[in-house]
Design a protein around this ligand. Sequence first.
Ligand code: HEC
Ligand code: HEC
Ligand code: HEC
Ligand code: HEC
Length: 411
Amino acid sequence: MKRPAQILLAMASVFLAALMAGYAPTAGAQSSTAKPAAGAGPDLRSLYVTAPEVAEGKRLAEVSCARCHGINGISTAKGIPHIAAQRAPYIHLQMRDYLQGKRPQSAMTGAVRFLSDDALAKVSAYYASMDPPRSAAAPARAAAQRPDPVQAGRAAAGACAGCHGDTGISETPGSPSLVGFDPKYFVAAMNAYKSGQRKNDVMKTFAAGVKDADLANLALFYALQKPVRAATKSTGDAAAGKAAASACSGCHGDKGVASDPATPSLAGQDAQYLAVATQAYKDGTRKDETMKGAAADLSEKTIRDIAAFYAAQQPQAPKVRRPLSLTEWTERCDRCHGINGNSSDPIVPAMAAQRADWLEEVMNAYRTGARKSAAMSAMMSVLSDAEVKELAAHYSQQTARAVSFIVLPSK
Ligand code: HEC
Ligand code: HEC
Ligand code: HEC
Ligand code: HEC
């Protein structure tokens, strides 16, 4: 493998390989550039593709594919992906998946039904050798950046700082700290004030002043703050409280850190607030059946002692992921999909210049499980709708490059 003529141009060469070898594991024969993707890829073996085979692929494409994908592999319709310059083994593997019913029933199922594996290989090589699609234009005015939810939360929290502290650590006896709560509990509490189900005139006013869009941002902002004990004093006997609190630990945790998102953590909370809240459940002014039962038989002193015990515990941050920025996401995607989505792994699809509507559709198919992939499904399930849209737009705007593999000089 030393002659320059054996520099293999355009994936077609490396790829047909695998195709014709039927992906039989062939130890030692794998192309040096084709690392198996994401652990679960088939073994590929390089093979040369000849001009007549590509020409035969074109003839097949005219008959079987062009009416939907265009003879150049550039789609003009929503719901149909570009396949020009896509990696050949990926094209071939996907057609096999359609054939075997591994991808959901679609226009493709019928299109590949009567094609032999040899024909699929040739048509894959043909489309892979086409010029790549042109990237979608970026919007004239830079698209409104997704506002950073944590920044937005911080801004909205300014109105709350007077009572709850700048970062949700209370310095005011009677005002609860807001750190250490699961966002679910936080949002539910705010909505309960707003609807009047939870009665507090001050909080009713403040909750009503929070825009719907900011509610989740506020919850996220506080959830991500470093949890520190409230800077307030307690008057109870923490040691006596510890024993009494064993009745509470099933739900609120041994040390006041609850594991269920709907149950508030109590660790490090302002003691006065804890005592007032427990008392409110007991006398029914704060309505919750579970807590009414738990608080019913507690004396005023026990309530104060339990409050002192919990106030002295170390609060913990809830399990919440800081949302990643577009750049942080694409760094992760590009590890498999190549620089700016120009995959150099034969079985990982290129995404650069792909139709945005298609990318979005597929990502959602992974999220719902309609399309299955060990590599993709878990990652997609944590994306929000906004992140999916943003990633799809990003990759559609990248410049697509055909890939060429060269044989490394032998040592
Ligand atoms: C009747 C229209 C039609 C025909 C004919 C057709 N396709 Fe498709 N193709 C589609 C549609 C629609 C999809 C998207 C299907 C889905 O949602 O999975 C698709 C998807 C694909 C994909 C998956 C791409 C990806 O990135 O996941 C490949 C590869 C493909 N087609 C190749 C071909 C080839 C090669 C031929 C000819 C042998 C062909 N198609 C014939 C409509 C068609
Ligand atoms: C004037 C003081 C004050 C301001 C300003 C204020 N709060 Fe409160 N907040 C309180 C008090 C007092 C309570 C306890 C009410 C009760 O007993 O239900 C409370 C309770 C809460 C709770 C319930 C906590 C729990 O442990 O269940 C949340 C959540 C909350 N506030 C969020 C906010 C947010 C968000 C803002 C700003 C938009 C805000 N508060 C502004 C005084 C205030
Ligand atoms: C069966 C589960 C359960 C047990 C046992 C339980 N709790 Fe609770 N507790 C909850 C739930 C759920 C809430 C949230 C209720 C709501 O939304 O008002 C809560 C809320 C609270 C609150 C309000 C916290 C806040 O931030 O507003 C305090 C204080 C509290 N519990 C104290 C106690 C004490 C003290 C005990 C033991 C004597 C106890 N709980 C036992 C489930 C439980
Ligand atoms: C661990 C490697 C890996 C990572 C990381 C990864 N992907 Fe993938 N991706 C794959 C593989 C392998 C496939 C082909 C799966 C299949 O056959 O369905 C794929 C397929 C896709 C497809 C389908 C393309 C088409 O035309 O059908 C999209 C869209 C996609 N990935 C987007 C992303 C995005 C966006 C990210 C980052 C958030 C990402 N991927 C991260 C390995 C990865």
